[in-house]
Write a protein that binds this ligand. Sequence first.
Ligand SMILES: Cc1ncc(COP(=O)(O)O)c(C=O)c1O
Length: 403
Amino acid sequence: MLQSDCDHATRATDQDYWGAVRALYVVAPDVVNLENGYWGVMAEPVRREFVRQTNMVNYENTYYVRQRSGADFESVRTKVAEAVGAAVEEIALTRGATEALQLLIGGYNRLKPGDAVLYADLDYDSTQYAMNALNARRGVEVVKFDVPEPATRQAVLDAYAHALEANPKTRVLLLTHVSNRTGLVMPVAEIVRMAKAKSIDIIVDAAHSWGQLDFKVNELGADFVGFNLHKWIGAPLGVGFLYIRKGRLADIDRYMGDEDFPETDIRSRVHTGTVNFATVLTVPAALALHEEIGAAAKQARLRYLRDHWVSRARAFKDIDILTPDEACLYGAITSFRLAGKTSKGDNDAIVAELRDSYKVFTVRRAGVAKGQCIRVTPALYTNEADLDRLVDALAVVTGTKVS
Ligand SMILES: Cc1ncc(COP(=O)(O)O)c(C=O)c1O
């Protein structure tokens, strides 16, 4: 989330409007599902379009795919580019953010033995693995550091400044816009500026941010970014994209010697093979709904929902809320940790208690330097009553007396 977006006045609390949005989603009623960080279920109009496209592909068969899918995919790529504020030549579709980011990290060809690459504890597991693999692949030193907890905007900026200062051989920094572990929103534009001043390239993991937060790719300032369409844009599972800023394509290798596209075409950086055609063909419907609700309104509503539970739970006994209330440092996702409960077993037990005794579904997250935690992720179909059920459960679990 960028500073300018944080003041955007929207109708985040309009019950009628958000009730109508909630009604677009048909989800199992047996549990309050606050684990919407894994992916974003499709709203009904999108799901129906996906069924329609699936039927069409099955019916029209290879006759459609061989003759028309190429043009249709180009139209999807163009729509995605327009929506994220990029040129179509800067975008290539992938099966998700993991694929996009592995291609960017693995394909970045400006590393030489002795260089360093840098990432933090809050980055995503698969991207950490890809960064670690650069040691064997490119002969570079891989440096990991910890994002401060509790975080403040300044503490985060200082930690990145210090890490860059302490590792002068750094050539590439991996930076996750919204951490999947805690929900912390990184001040990406500032960190990118800081790194670029030292001629360091940044690969931004925007898997969780676009659609949850309101921004265009240029506002990040980064030259290499991996995105998802099946989280907060609400497309069917199995689609994302990568962005390479114009002029930087040569710095990412062609994928496994792709020969379908010329070296100058970004699509030569991805070679997926046969994909689920219906998934890609449904992306315009997901984008249309995203744009109809509006990115700013979505961001405001999701932050409001997060505030609804955090504002009460923060005062509970022995609970650490792992994203600060500082504007721009959080979106929908926020994790918590109960005092001293840092292990897998501790957190699995709390997740199980919330699920089995209170019918509230959350997820344990590992990898945070100070210990494991529990992530809470509302969605557009979540309402205040759902979050009150979480808060009431947390009051009991923490032994907090609420008046
Ligand atoms: C921060 C982050 N990066 C990358 C990914 C990978 O996304 P996908 O599994 O959809 O490819 C995720 C998925 O949860 C994520 O949270």
